[in-house]
Design a protein around this ligand. Sequence first.
Ligand code: SF4
Ligand code: SF4
Length: 184
Amino acid sequence: MTPSNSDRFTCRRCGACCIGDGSVFLLPDDIRAIGRHLGISLQETVDRYTEFLILELRDEEQGYLYLPYLTLRKNEKNACLFLRDKLCSIEPAKPAQCRETPFVEEFFTDAEWRETLRRDCPALRAMPQGALPRPEDFPGAPLRERAYLDLLREHRYSLEEILGVTLPGPRLVSDTEQDTHSTR
Ligand code: SF4
Ligand code: SF4
């Protein structure tokens, strides 16, 4: 639902990427922006629109890592709660991950996921293979992820401390069972 992710990509606004198994991972600034946009408190934003999970990641050097994340909740049809008539109802405040879709990290690193994206996204299908962007065209995601990890370390891995909110008990998800890809 991003109108134009690059000068070679034009979103058809079909809404397909806001429905399905992918998850939108939220950064603290994403949550603050959504709350401001909706005119509600951070606590209410978190309570109504997010899910709290701990992602278990296998790291070859450090063993297991456990990282807290908030993701956007979905409805019973597996669609983002903010999707209305195929469009994003929080367009000016939509999360960074949504703004870059379909050129999320996995687009560049995971051939199987890239094919899934091409199958589901008509705008991507319409692009000639040679016109697809390169990872260096989208440097934002790795930088944001690094900044997020630094922020977590500074705050003892506590999202409650970072956001100043109370969170429910998290759902533990391993990287193999959680579809961390987003088609957004
Ligand atoms: S699936 Fe592709 S064309 Fe459809 S809204 Fe998402 S990015 Fe746009
Ligand atoms: S926030 Fe908007 S762009 Fe992102 S998944 Fe939800 S409806 Fe789609």
